[in-house]
Structure formats: C-alpha cells, structure tokens
Design a protein around this ligand. Structure first.
Ligand SMILES: [Zn+2]
Length: 248
C-alpha cells in the first residue's frame, strides 16, 4: 500500500498511511525516509515508518496508542496545503480554501474545521509569513488618508512623492527598471482601480517591451484622481526621472 504525502498544519512533511498521519523524522543516508507518528509526544505513540519513494518498507510497533482517522488526517493535510497557498500574497483565505477544497471528498470536507475558524487561522498564518519577510516587524497600519508618512523601510522604492495632501502622487519603482524603461522603444500604460489602496483613486503602471511577450512594469504611480492635471503632473515627474526617454 502506498502512502499519501502532505504537509502538516505547521508546514512539516507528513505521510498518511492506513489512516494514521506521520511526521518526517529524518532522511536516511541510504535514501529512505524515517517518519514517526504525529502523536509521538502527545499520546506517547512509538509507531514509526520507513519509506522509500512512495512505499512503506518497514513499520515499527504496529499498535498505535490512539485511533486513526483517515478523513481527519486528510483534512489536516488539506489545511497544510491551504497555508502553503497563503504564502502567495494574492491568495485570500477564501480562495485558498476554495482551491484546495475542490479536490476533496465529502468526508474530508466534513472533517475540516469550520470555515470561519479556518479563515482566521489562514489569516494568522499570513501575518506570520509577512512578519517573517519583514525581518520580524509587523507591517505598519494601513493609512486612512493621504497625509501619512512613508515608513523608512519603503523609502528605497519611492521614486517620487509629492508629499502629504489630498492631491498626493506617489511614484514607485527602482532604478534598474527605470533604466530598462529609458532604453525601450515602446511603453505601455495600464490603469487599474481594483487593487488600489482605498485612499488612492488609481494605480497607473508603465511597462516596457523587454523581449517578446515580456512587458515588465517599471513604474507604478498612485494617483488621487483621474483629472488631466493629475496625469500631467505624474507624466512630468516621470519625464524628470527619465529625461532621455523618447517612447512611441
Ligand atoms: Zn500513533
């Protein structure tokens, strides 16, 4: 009987075998992998497995000190997958639940925690990932108006900031991509309202043709409104950043 590989809710590799879940103990030098029952601590369960590829090649202590439940084991594996998906910042708790749940049998779905509980724990997981990426610092609170100060940690990516005020324009990017934009013959502009922080009106991005089909964004402009004056101010700043540019 082969095993099912997964990840525990804490991100450790697991296998599910005969309804019991095992946590990876170590890779052996001969290429096999040693696992121990997930309840080795809490239930003092001494059951161990050794696998080679997706097969169990040895089992130690066949009696578990607790009962197994394949649906619950599979549900835990599913939660592990949902958490992995949350490392992608565009994924929401509901989309990660929906994507993983699609492939699950009913009895596994029933063994999942309640939707709201799950959403909360996925959100908590996301905050931890973000915090870890940010050298252990939580992200600053979202601004509630256009009078906020830009935290030092983001100063490097700010190419232009017209300063606190209701007509604030912020241009974000990096010098390397500006360089690419300056050399490009073709610029492409794109505006979106969908992912814009609520204090701004529009995110305007300028892309350039890098190679066939590859059009990286070089500049992001956060704009407070869509008046001609606003666009002109933004374009004037872009021109100041790349004086040599002569795009079509
Ligand atoms: Zn056990």
């Amino acid at each position: 009987m082969s095993v099912i590989f997964g990840k525990s809710t804490r991100g450790q590799p697991t296998v599910i075998y005969h309804g019991f879940e095992y946590i990876k103990d170590r890779d052996n030098v001969n290429g096999t992998v040693a696992w121990r029952c997930q309840f080795y601590k809490s239930m003092k369960c001494k059951t161990r497995l050794v696998t080679l590829d997706d097969r169990v090649i040895s089992e130690k202590q066949l009696e578990h000190t607790h009962s197994g439940n394949k649906s619950k084991s599979m549900a835990r594996k599913a939660v592990g997958e949902m958490k992995s998906a949350m490392s992608d910042m565009t994924v929401t708790p509901s989309s990660s639940q929906a994507n993983v749940s699609v492939g699950l049998e009913d009895r596994v779905l029933q063994a999942l925690p309640k939707r709201r509980t799950l959403s909360r724990s996925l959100q908590r997981y996301r905050s931890k990932v973000v915090q870890a990426d940010n050298r252990g610092n939580p992200l600053p609170a979202l601004p509630s108006d256009l009078h906020f100060d830009i935290p030092n940690q983001f100063a490097d990516m700010i190419l232009y900031d017209s300063g606190p005020g209701d007509d604030r324009i912020i241009i974000i990017g990096c010098n390397q991509l500006l360089d690419g934009l300056a050399r490009a013959d073709v610029w492409l502009a794109d505006g979106t309202f969908k992912v814009v922080p609520s204090v701004f009106f529009q995110l305007y991005s300028i892309h350039f043709n890098f190679s066939d089909g590859l059009n990286p964004a070089a500049i992001y402009c956060l704009l407070p409104c869509k008046t001609e004056n606003t666009y002109n101010r933004a374009l004037a700043e872009i021109h100041r950043l790349i004086p040599s540019a002569a795009p079509v």
